[in-house]
Design a protein around this ligand. Structure first.
Ligand SMILES: [Zn+2]
Length: 59
């Protein structure tokens, strides 16, 4: 039985049960993106301008 699994995203060897950082990063980016956008009923994705401004002020 294999002790390691391989990250399906970057191919890194992971300990059993470990989640690769690259995936966590991708998920947090996806989560951030979802919070910054609004999907219209037409299927178009719209950026929420007030959140963009907030992000810009942080840096
Ligand atoms: Zn990875």
């Amino acid at each position: 039985m294999a002790r390691f699994k391989v990250c399906e995203y970057c191919g890194a060897a992971l300990d059993f049960g470990e989640t690769c950082d690259c995936k966590r990063e991708a998920e947090s980016q996806a989560e951030k993106w979802r919070s910054m956008t609004k999907q219209e009923t037409t299927g178009q994705i719209r950026l929420l301008p007030e959140i963009i401004t907030k992000e810009r002020d942080k840096t």
